[in-house]
Design a protein around this ligand. Sequence first.
Ligand SMILES: CC(C)(COP(=O)(O)OP(=O)(O)OC[C@H]1O[C@@H](n2cnc3c(N)ncnc32)[C@H](O)[C@@H]1O)[C@@H](O)C(=O)NCCC(=O)NCCS
Ligand SMILES: Nc1ncnc2c1ncn2[C@@H]1O[C@H](COP(=O)(O)OP(=O)(O)OP(=O)(O)O)[C@@H](O)[C@H]1O
Length: 366
Amino acid sequence: MAGSGSTRGLYWLLTMELVLVLSCLIVGVIVGAVIERLCRQMHPYARVRNIIVKLAVAYASVTFIIGTGPSSHEGETDEVEIWAILSKVMRVLTFAAGTIVGAALQPVGLTGGIATGKSTVSKLLQDPHSNAADDIQTKTEFIIIDLDKIAHDILLPKELVQNDSVYDRLVAEFGDDILSKNEGENCSIPTIDRRKLGDLVFADRQKRRRLNSITHPKIISIMLKRILIEGLRLSRPKSDAKLRVVCVDIPLLYEGGLKMRLLFGNVIVVACNPKLQLERLRLRNPDLTLEQCQQRIASQIPIEDKVRKAHVILRNDGSLKSLHHQVRQVKIQLSDIVAGSQRGVELYWLIFGFAGLRIMHSITTS
Ligand SMILES: CC(C)(COP(=O)(O)OP(=O)(O)OC[C@H]1O[C@@H](n2cnc3c(N)ncnc32)[C@H](O)[C@@H]1O)[C@@H](O)C(=O)NCCC(=O)NCCS
Ligand SMILES: Nc1ncnc2c1ncn2[C@@H]1O[C@H](COP(=O)(O)OP(=O)(O)OP(=O)(O)O)[C@@H](O)[C@H]1O
């Protein structure tokens, strides 16, 4: 009986420890994201202020983490003391890892109306030749995550994209009418014809809602994974760039509600006047009728409402040259924002530093 009591006690202790460690991870993600966001919103190059804020947060977090949970007391066995130290180290490590993840979750949103010029801006952002001859800017790499591309990929059958596919659910929802007559290029199953699906959903709000409810959760989870991979620089061999700005080309950012607005600390809206928008859409998609073009524009929040909520506005009413010039200015602005925060001392290194000192201190004084 005594044995089962002590085993139960051990399980209880381990469960509590696991809960504490997980809580540290979650709180770390939130703290990392909030502090990074705060530092980015300070004036560019506010390095000293960034360092002070990060020092204060790191010190307060370490003091709090070290002060909670099991601790050793005078006269306790060596095992209990080691357990208490290990437990503190684990909590500090998961908290610091959380802050790294939170700090990496800082994408810039690129949005606008249909055919206002988001893809054109994406290309200019990525193109190093469109950089001004400015020291910091030329050392900044702009990574674009294109949600239209992700939306197209998930329509493919699961034979091609495995778990990411929503093919079966869409065929079950909308029937075989959305399939192409020809079989897919790389697979023997007929693919979803985006033209047919588009005609169906842009003409009917309920059907569009059903399409969104199937596709959007998948698109968002792929987007979050990609933001983390790019933010943590896990994606490709290191480039020469010192700074990295991860931009998400996300047409429906404001339609996505509060959670999307919380995720994107900086939002660029590409806008043009509605007449030009319709003209460009008709020119780019000559296969669509005037009515279909109008339906597609009407399916989104009006562009001027998006402009009112934007942090940065790109007015694409003029020539491509004028757009190019504006994008250059935006690149400098974004590089400055990221430089002001990323060049400050990193929060997680401070956490490791403080934690090491505090743990050493508690070992030497016990
Ligand atoms: C309806 C589909 C099949 C039409 O494909 P098509 O190749 O004709 O258009 P494409 O995907 O290139 O989209 C063009 C533009 O339409 C607009 N748009 C696309 N889907 C939607 C939607 N559900 N609601 C409002 N606007 C939309 C966006 O501005 C987009 O940039 C496709 O857009 C789709 O699967 N949409 C649902 C997923 C989605 O919301 N995608 C937008 C990015 S999150
Ligand atoms: N300043 C400009 N002058 C002339 N044509 C332009 C200009 N900007 C964009 N275009 C053209 O307008 C069309 C729409 O642009 P683009 O594809 O970049 O829009 P988008 O916002 O990405 O569209 P979607 O919402 O459908 O993804 C394209 O054919 C593009 O070449």
